[in-house]
Design a protein around this ligand. Structure first.
Ligand code: SAM
Length: 244
């Protein structure tokens, strides 16, 4: 039926495309795509052609009104190159305008690199703050880090291999030397999740920038967690003695 369908696609392993995503992509009247060469690969996997319309940062403003108009009578799907649209990817204005025009907006949820990395990191997940990509320039990056230094939540950000070490060093400088996980190539052949302090990881990658796609997950500020249950019990007993 007509409306806007936000469709998550795999972040590496094509097996992660959900049956519902496959169905919508096959049946949609038009699929708005970031890069038609990338999504063409997905359509090949599905054994269908797909009616693709490029929708990216450079043409979105020009293309959006036409797409919104089509939603009155057609099923319009939105995908990005990988993962969940709108998450460090185009789409929020399309959703905003589709809602404003009174169209049905629905989602076909699925892979998202930020969430997948959180499940691998072994860091608290009860509160997390997504930073997307930090600014590339040193000064702007330091300012962005300073803004989040006091937030009592795990931090999640996207970064590229060549910039990883400098990014980790800047995080150590602005946040203190927190426990961190670098999740790389999630769901792909060379998936790994390397943990350590920001300083250790900055040093590790300084001379060997990693290949592939990366998510950085940084522990919340504050005391390091107790090393064992016994230590935790001792800390609790000690704290209790200080209660009035
Ligand atoms: N919308 C996407 C999502 O839901 O994850 C993210 C799009 S953003 C333009 C692309 C960034 O996501 C990459 O630079 C990398 O930081 C991260 N990413 C995507 N796929 C990944 C993977 N398989 N492993 C690790 N990071 C990944």
């Amino acid at each position: 039926s007509p409306g806007l369908y936000i469709v998550a696609t795999p972040i590496g392993n094509l097996g992660d495309l959900t049956p519902r995503a496959a169905q919508i992509l096959t049946r949609a009247d038009v699929v708005a795509v970031e890069d038609s060469r990338v999504t063409a690969g997905l359509f090949r996997h599905l054994g269908t052609k797909g009616r693709m319309l490029p929708y990216h940062d450079h043409n979105a403003d020009a293309v959006r009104p036409g797409l919104i108009a089509r939603m009155a009578t057609e099923a319009v799907a939105l995908v990005s190159d990988a993962g969940t649209p709108l998450i460090s990817d185009p789409g929020f204005k399309l959703v905003r305008d589709a809602r404003a025009a009174g169209h049905v907006v629905t989602t076909i949820p699925g892979p998202c690199a930020a969430i997948a990395a959180l499940t691998l990191a072994g860091l608290p997940t009860d509160r997390f703050f997504f930073l997307g990509f930090l600014p590339a320039k040193q000064q702007a990056r330091a300012e962005a880090i300073a803004e989040v230094a006091a937030i009592r939540a795990t931090l999640v950000l996207y970064e590229s291999g060549p910039r990883l070490s400098a990014c980790l060093a800047a995080l150590a400088e602005g946040l203190g030397n927190r426990e961190t996980a670098v999740a790389r190539e999630i769901t792909k052949r060379f998936e790994e999740c390397v943990t350590g302090t920001l300083g250790e990881l900055a040093a590790r990658y300084a001379d060997a920038p990693p290949r592939g796609e990366i998510v950085v997950v940084v522990a919340p500020p504050g005391e390091a967690p107790p090393a064992s249950i016994e230590d935790g019990d001792a800390a609790l007993a000690e704290a209790l003695t200080r209660l009035p």
